[in-house]
Design a protein around this ligand. Structure first.
Ligand code: NAP
Length: 200
């Protein structure tokens, strides 16, 4: 049975933390591949503070080209309306019923997934691969894992990864201030940002 990880994100921009999470998932869970799936621009944010879908998607494609087990997916971008994770997983499950689906997420999502649209469906249709961030301790992660397992019969695996203090928000602010972000994004993404004048 094919084992596919989904790395969903706004990716504004994609950075080394996202890539490290996906690599940890590939290695520690022996996934066949990871799909990088940029989220659509929410309707209420159009023309405002989220970079266009095309640019975000192209940055993802630049960033992941080094790993043959990373694949770009426009599965959400090409849908209409709001693209909730629960719906995405249900559609993927229909299309490929023999696959085992994994959803990779950081600590913030891990602690807020209950507030997402139909969390019970997300947790039924996928195994969550969670990565700690922002100083969340192993104990706190384990406690949340036990809570979700008990309440939803969720399947959860915690990934180990060195803490990476990188966020897309910080990258955007630094670029706006003219600061270097070369240590936070792959070179190909930096070149793309420069060439397209993003975040200035
Ligand atoms: P994002 O900001 O681009 O981040 C993508 C993922 O990478 C998040 O899980 C984030 O963790 C993690 N991450 C980023 N930097 C990290 C670092 N340095 N170390 C460890 N983890 C790091 O994307 P997003 O806007 O959070 O969206 C993530 C996915 O959740 C998307 O597929 C989106 O559609 C989905 N989502 C769905 C719903 C819903 O269905 N109602 C609601 C919200 C989000 P954190 O979670 O800790 O930021």
């Amino acid at each position: 049975m094919e084992r596919i990880g989904i790395m969903g994100g706004t990716f504004d921009p994609i950075h080394s933390g996202h890539l490290a999470m996906a690599e940890a998932a590939l290695e520690q869970v022996e996934l066949d591949k990871v799909l990088f799936m940029p989220s659509k621009t929410p309707p209420h944010k159009r023309h405002s503070d989220v970079t266009g879908e095309r640019e975000r998607a192209e940055m993802v494609q630049c960033a992941i080209s080094y790993n043959p087990r990373f694949e770009f997916s426009d599965f959400e971008l090409k849908r209409y309306g709001l693209t909730y994770t629960a719906d995405t997983l249900a559609l993927l499950q229909q299309q490929k019923p023999d696959c085992v689906w994994y959803f990779i997420m950081g600590g913030d999502s891990f602690f807020h997934v209950e507030k997402w649209y139909h969390p019970e469906e997300i947790l039924r249709l996928s195994t969550i691969l969670a990565v700690s961030r922002d100083g969340l301790s192993q104990e706190e992660m384990e406690r949340q894992k036990a809570f979700l397992e008990e309440k939803y019969q969720a399947k959860i695996q915690l990934l180990s990864m060195p803490q990476m203090d990188i966020s897309s928000t910080e990258i955007r602010s630094k670029i706006a201030l003219g600061d270097e972000v070369c240590d936070m994004v792959p070179e190909s993404v930096m070149t793309y940002i420069d060439e397209h004048g993003l975040y200035r």
